[in-house]
Design a protein around this ligand. Structure first.
Ligand SMILES: O=P(O)(O)O[C@H]1O[C@H](CO)[C@@H](O)[C@H]1O
Ligand SMILES: O=c1cc[nH]c(=O)[nH]1
Length: 234
């Protein structure tokens, strides 16, 4: 047990999928895993371990934002030995060719600031995905025929942003979507020599204003879960 995860040693698999939403963790475990058992409910941040095609997998909620993700990812890596961590999240689309429900596989994640910013000081560190996972996820997405985009995303500290000038620069520089955790996950994975990737589904669009309801964000993003599982065990 750690401060924030109640699982016993050995209850957490080496492969961990991390949605922000703990109820998405429950839905994904019930939908995709066999023999899924609840391994964590501290603070309601649900985690389940089961198997997928015979491979052990944990699906653990991360909460919203990099400080929350950082707590769970740190404990999973350093206390439970997690080796492969794949975020399965929702995001806001930023480019006109990126549609609602499209999948984004994040090659890099830009930030203004993250829990790791204090370490880098003046360095503009570029958090990036594990190449093997990224390649395998793209192959899986092609097999599924999911409408998928691969490229850079933005990890924000705020959901209710008030920087239209920044949005304009991100659109101009090809950022595909905005979410709130991937940059810190990639940074922690690099620090601890683990593999990380973020596979996202577009839940709303910053240009069109379209937005899916919370129930869809919790229970209907199956393609990204399948892509993440295929990539983890490719
Ligand atoms: O759907 P999840 O995985 O929580 O991801 C996105 O949704 C939350 C904001 O609504 C943030 O956590 C953001 O990154
Ligand atoms: O962080 C997020 C997640 C989904 N949609 C957004 O616009 N931002």
């Amino acid at each position: 047990m750690t401060v924030h995860i109640g699982a016993k040693p050995g209850d957490i698999a080496e492969t961990v999928l991390m949605p922000g939403d703990p109820y998405r963790a429950k839905w994904a475990a019930e939908t995709f895993l066999e023999g899924a058992e609840l391994v964590n409910e501290v603070r309601g941040m649900l985690g389940f371990t089961g198997t997928w095609r015979g491979n052990r997998v944990t699906i653990q909620g991360s909460g919203m934002g990099m400080p929350s993700l950082s707590i769970y990812a740190n404990e999973l890596m350093t206390e439970y030995g997690a080796q492969t961590l794949i975020r399965i999240g929702s995001c806001g689309g930023m480019q006109s060719h990126v549609g609602i429900r499209d999948v984004i596989i994040a090659m890099t994640a830009s930030t203004i600031t993250s829990p790791s910013s204090g370490i880098f000081r003046e360095m503009n560190y570029a958090p990036c995905a594990d190449w093997g996972l990224l390649r395998a996820a793209v192959t899986a997405a092609e097999k599924l025929e999911a409408k998928t985009h691969v490229g850079g995303i933005y990890s924000s500290d705020v959901f209710y942003a008030e920087r239209p000038d920044l949005d304009e620069q991100m659109v101009r520089h090809g950022i595909l979507g905005v979410e709130m955790e991937a940059a810190e996950l990639y940074t922690l994975a690099a620090r601890h020599k683990r593999r990380a990737l973020a596979v996202l589904t577009v839940s709303d669009h910053l240009q069109t204003g379209e937005a899916l309801p919370s129930e869809d964000r919790e229970k209907s993003f199956g393609d990204m879960v399948e892509i993440a599982l295929e990539a983890a065990f490719a």
